[in-house]
Design a protein around this ligand. Sequence first.
Ligand code: SAM
Length: 375
Amino acid sequence: MGFFDNQLELSVTSASGIEAVTKRELEGLGYAPSGAIYGRISFSGDYRDMARANMMLRTANRVFINIARFKAETFDDLFEGIKAIPWQTIIPKNARVVVNAKSFKSKLYALSSIQKITKKAIVVAMGNLFESGGTYTIEVVVNEDEVLVALDTSGTALHKRGYRTYVGEAPLRETLASAIILLSVWKWDRPFIDPFCGSGTLPIEAALIGTNTAPGLNREFAYENFIKAPSVKASVKEEAMDLIERDRDLRISGFDISKDAVSLAMRHAQNAGVSDKIHFQVADMRTLRSRFSHGVICTNPPYGERLLKEDELKTLYKDFGDVYRSLDEWSAYVITSYGNFEHFFGKKSDKTRKLYNSELECKLYRYLGAPPKRK
Ligand SMILES: C[S@@+](CC[C@H](N)C(=O)[O-])C[C@H]1O[C@@H](n2cnc3c(N)ncnc32)[C@H](O)[C@@H]1O
């Protein structure tokens, strides 16, 4: 039995503030995840489970196979620990090995040295490394002198679903957009509106969630090139295809004042295969009305800095607050990096959560409307 045929320790990384959502997603897929440590959640599974996590998780950054754990207080410890790993059963002689390093509260903290020594130990363990073939990215995380060696199975980060081929102004990461929706009270049978939809990320992620479409269906993963491992993608893809609920009648809308943004959003929705599930339209948020008494707004309005001057921003947020209050029993989830949002919106949120859009610190403001009455 090869390394990849065993029961494995797997891990996923997730952005600060959304680890709990990723953990819930893993539980929903039937796993028993650990708590997050520095944004990493571990769980047990086999090689196919690794591929399932890559295909199905909406909020994770990457999926790893945890190869080894050992204690290291010196570079000699690190070298010996890495060399002892059965690399021959994991990577081929022609592997191109890339090493990334992270260190928290440890004696070994010089990241470039950790990278160099790890690489050297792998080359020694392999006898030789020709580096002419596929790429294997190894992550070495040293936390309180405990080393975790993990193999990146995702490759390109998972927020890149493959549908966003053109970048609009200040887009939201797909993983973050999904996390906001999963944190909200929205379910597929409720109306959903993003009045500042930009390149369409929130409505598209909502349509993927609403149709139960796996986010990774149309992309490739690093593990597909692991030549010592079994082929699992086709069976996972088949499982994901079987889960899709195409016939659901969704009520998802995206509006933006910019014609270019709306045509970009439409193109992205088409790439994602959900263009028939979303109504996109050029419109000023100030004209927003709804015939539905209940629904959910998830949105990422302009936040100044690059996009708008401070005065315009204040007026926009005030007008947005007025529009929101004119809607009946709607809930709203607003993510912005603008610190004074609640003041100009004119209503204190009932909950806030600190989140990051790439490096930018933002807050998600939650305003709960009354739930729809059950018939
Ligand atoms: C931060 S961006 C949204 C990015 C989007 N979440 C994405 O992932 O691409 C804010 C958007 O608000 C739009 N906008 C600005 N003023 C508006 C208004 N009065 N009504 C509607 N949209 C407006 C801008 O054109 C811009 O696309």
